[in-house]
Design a protein around this ligand. Structure first.
Ligand SMILES: Cc1ncc(COP(=O)(O)O)c(C=O)c1O
Length: 310
């Protein structure tokens, strides 16, 4: 349990880390010539935390540094320095349950033209905010309604989807397409017509004792990896491969996962009801286990060790 009386006082305004300084959000400003703003030239990652524990700090950090390397960004902070900065930003915001987002852009250019060679130091931003649900409890209870998108997920021979880049335009548009059509969420097919992933979520299915999930052209989600390890511990068969819509609408259960929303049951895809249309037992087991891990500090890094009492 986190002893709240031993936590630091909460600041009046949210604190942001920006390029070497911790600032109140209203004072955290970035150049209009930043390549991240002008060209989506950068990458990001996101974490979540409960009871002061950052869940899977290092796997997300490793993924962020793989994105940084792939984009040839000249990052001046080492992984260890950024790790300490993230923990410090959580501490300064004195939040018990939180969401963290780190952005790394190529930095400011001298002119509003594309010349990545002329950018200065990378811009590094660390946001921490209270936890907010992306999928509501009501949606989780009744099962998330998912639309199959007309637009395909960007293929790895254009922009590698394993890179969590700032090029999220098709993901933004995918969400808008789903919401405009009255759905809760959406799923992209890949360019070959296989089920791929959702705008901001991975998608997995369960049939009998088998967990299966698309392998190609996805962001390899940390929550997806948690599902795979839970399924292994439960003695389930695990398969990563290529699946059509047919394979998913005929599954016993379908679930979508991400860092913010955790585990959410899918009730229907494009009008096809999945299983009973409600949360199935395996999805419930994954969701409950995930919540228990987060609350108790499994795979967690405690930001307030002085306030943590077992
Ligand atoms: C495109 C995409 N796929 C999948 C995910 C899920 O990844 P994670 O579980 O690491 O949050 C995200 C997370 O934001 C995402 O943006």
């Amino acid at each position: 349990m986190l002893n709240l009386s031993k936590m630091p006082a909460m600041p009046k305004e949210r604190i942001i880390y920006l390029n070497g300084e911790f600032k109140p959000q209203s004072e955290a400003k970035i150049s209009v010539l930043d390549h991240g703003l002008m060209y989506g030239d950068g990458c990001f990652d996101a974490w979540t935390g409960r009871n002061g524990f950052i869940f899977e700090l290092d796997p997300h950090l490793d993924r962020l540094y793989r994105s940084i390397f792939s984009l040839r960004l000249k990052m001046h902070l080492s992984k260890e320095e950024l790790r300490a900065t993230i923990v410090e930003t959580v501490k300064r915001n004195a939040l018990k349950d939180f969401y963290i987002k780190v952005l790394v852009t190529r930095g400011a250019s001298p002119e509003p033209v594309i010349d990545p060679r002329k950018c200065g130091e990378c811009s590094v931003i660390v946001f921490v905010r209270p936890v907010q649900t992306e999928i509501s409890e009501e949606q989780k209870q009744r099962g998330v309604r998912v639309k199959v998108l007309g637009e395909k997920r960007i293929d790895h021979d254009t922009v590698e989807p394993k890179v969590k880049s700032l090029n999220y335009l098709h993901i933004v548009l995918g969400k808008l397409e789903a919401w405009a059509a009255g759905y809760d969420e959406a799923v992209f097919m890949d360019v070959r017509g296989n089920i791929c992933e959702c705008p901001g979520f991975n998608i997995l299915a369960v049939t009998g004792n088998k967990l299966y999930t698309p392998q190609h052209d996805i962001l390899v989600g940390i929550t997806r990896n948690s599902m795979i390890s839970m399924a292994k511990e439960k003695g389930m068969e695990i398969e990563q491969g290529s699946y059509t819509l047919y394979d998913f609408i005929n599954a016993d259960e379908v679930l979508i996962t991400n860092t913010v929303a955790g585990v959410s049951p899918v009730g229907e895809i494009d009008g096809y009801v999945i299983g009973t249309g409600k949360q199935g037992p395996v999805t419930k087991y994954f969701g409950d286990t995930y919540d228990a891990w987060m609350q108790s500090g499994v795979r967690g890094t405690q930001c307030f060790p002085e306030a943590w009492e077992k």
